[in-house]
Design a protein around this ligand. Structure first.
Ligand SMILES: Nc1ncnc2c1ncn2[C@@H]1O[C@H](COP(=O)(O)OP(=O)(O)O)[C@@H](O)[C@H]1O
Ligand SMILES: [Mg+2]
Length: 256
């Protein structure tokens, strides 16, 4: 039986009076690749950001690799953990976003090395070796000393993915990593994610690439208005959606 890496129970998140996550339950086993789909505003990004404690949440629990994320819950009382503790927990996950957020004045290798040196306290040569290994894995061995401005969007996104994964996270979170790319650059980034999936990396990815979700995911989660509306095997869900909502969504999406 696979090990549960992530266990989300009754997750609630509000912005002011607006409840954007209305009780989300989701368990992820080691090695699973889960695609989160759903229309804009359904809460996909917020869900990932809660897992990474980039957002506070008001109810429920997120257990990551056996640890309660963000809060110490004791009966009815709930206290935010120390910032130091939260920073440590944040490093259990790696995240890649639509925007690559690379440092423009640092080479690809230096961008990947930064967290290894600053957070993991590695020496420069240790960090360099790991950075080069991951840049090689994402097909950028020859670009290690290039600056972001000298790289295409697809290459920059691959550096950003290498940077996140070099930190050895227990779970990778991808939020629409191909949405800002020119169409001809989408494939190379999806290929990298596919490779990581094949290697057994556990991942949660928000995507609009329905064909990709269909091919790569072990499970798909369809979110609608702050709840998981339907989930299951992509081979089943995309072909025979059980809910009207999902059927509607698939009609307007790129999956054909
Ligand atoms: N910082 C914020 N302040 C207030 N409302 C927000 C904020 N971020 C997101 N929201 C709202 O939360 C809802 C879910 O947003 P989001 O998680 O970004 O959806 P998705 O990623 O599925 O498009 C939306 O209604 C959005 O307007
Ligand atoms: Mg989003």
């Amino acid at each position: 039986m696979a090990k549960t890496i992530l266990d989300i129970k009754g997750l609630r998140k509000t912005y002011g009076i607006h409840e954007v996550l209305k009780g989300v339950d989701c368990a992820v086993q080691e090695g699973e690749v889960i695609s989160i789909i759903g229309s804009s505003g359904s809460g996909k990004t917020t869900l990932l950001r809660c897992v990474n404690m980039l957002e506070e949440f008001q109810g429920g629990t997120i257990n990551l690799d056996g640890e309660e994320i963000g809060y110490r819950v004791d009966g009815a009382s709930r206290r935010r953990k120390s910032e130091k503790e939260i920073a440590r927990q944040r490093a259990l996950t790696g995240m890649a976003f639509q925007q690559f957020n690379l440092f423009p004045h640092m080479s690809a290798a230096e961008n990947v090395m930064l967290g290894l040196v600053k957070v993991k306290k590695m020496t420069n040569p240790e960090a360099r070796a790991i950075a080069e290994r991951w840049l090689d894995r994402v097909g950028l061995a020859a670009r290690a000393n290039h600056y972001p401005g000298q790289l295409s969007g697809g290459q920059q996104q691959r550096v950003a993915i290498a940077r996140a994964i070099a930190m050895s996270p227990r779970l990778m979170l991808f939020d629409e990593v191909t949405s800002a790319l020119d169409p001809e650059l989408v494939g190379e980034v999806l290929q990298v994610i596919k490779g990581l999936a094949a290697d057994g990396m556990t991942m949660l990815l928000v995507t609009h690439e329905m064909r990709f979700a269909y091919e790569v995911s072990s499970r798909v989660i369809f979110m609608n208005q702050g709840v998981i509306c339907e989930e299951g095997d992509p081979k089943e869900m995309f072909v025979r959606p059980k809910t009207e909502r999902l059927a509607e969504f698939l009609k307007t999406s790129s999956f054909n």
